[in-house]
Design a protein around this ligand. Sequence first.
Ligand SMILES: N[C@@H](CCC[C@H](N)C(=O)O)C(=O)O
Length: 290
Amino acid sequence: MTTAPLAFLKGHGTENDFVIVPDPDNAIDLPAPRVARVCDRRAGVGGDGLLHVVRSAAHPEARDMAGEAEWFMDYRNADGSVAEMCGNGIRVFARYLQHAGHVTAGDIAIATRAGVKRVHLAKNGDVTVSMGRALLPEDGVTVTVGGRSWAARNVNMGNPHAVAFVEDLDHAGDLRSAPPFSPAAVYPDGVNIEFVADRGPRHVAMRVHERGAAETRSCGTGACAVAVAAARRDGADPAETGTPVTYTVDVLGGTLTITERPDGEVEMTGPAVIVAEGHIDPSWWDTALA
Ligand SMILES: N[C@@H](CCC[C@H](N)C(=O)O)C(=O)O
């Protein structure tokens, strides 16, 4: 039984929005049905996902891998499922740490299920994350919507993505449900699917169906996957030329800037905003399990 009101905050990065639950000692019980209720836009607080903010030393998945990273991003999708990484989420997570006085502007390290990530909080409000290397397995899938099919590139940014280049973003349909893809065995744990259209030289726009959430207005790991897939399609590989490659990626909720460096590191820059803070009613919390 929960007796004290539970503090939460609400934040977003390019309108990919999150409920932030500070829980330094990892004392809050977050089964999937409760996360789904909290993220419900009508019956709960509402969000594309939940950022559970835990000290690395207090979380069994982080304490042996976090190194210098004092905080662990325990990321949950809106349906309650666990995800390895969230690119917009980690920027908002860093903004929360700054807002709460845990860190100041500058460079910090944050532990995630996809490893420790370096984050730079700039004075102008932008947040840059070193997302790690993109993995590009050869096995792609075919994605089908409304009678059209596309060969989609498999890109792993810590979490899985299928990137399909389309003529018109409307061809992705309403994205209320996950677009079918085959063969299903390529993504045994499900996949985030990006639809990408060209907007100009090294400038693309995307829509995304996120695993565990449906269509969202932005996906940071997705934007990184899209930038790397677009670079390879365009014949650009920083590892070969020794020159960084930057793409502008328009999402429904704004714009992200993605740079792939010659060592393979993918950097993402974009905004991160805290919009509200409050308390969850403890009696609602106790019943929010279905
Ligand atoms: N919105 C996120 C990705 C969140 C996780 C994703 N839905 C998954 O299950 O892999 C981002 O900004 O990267």
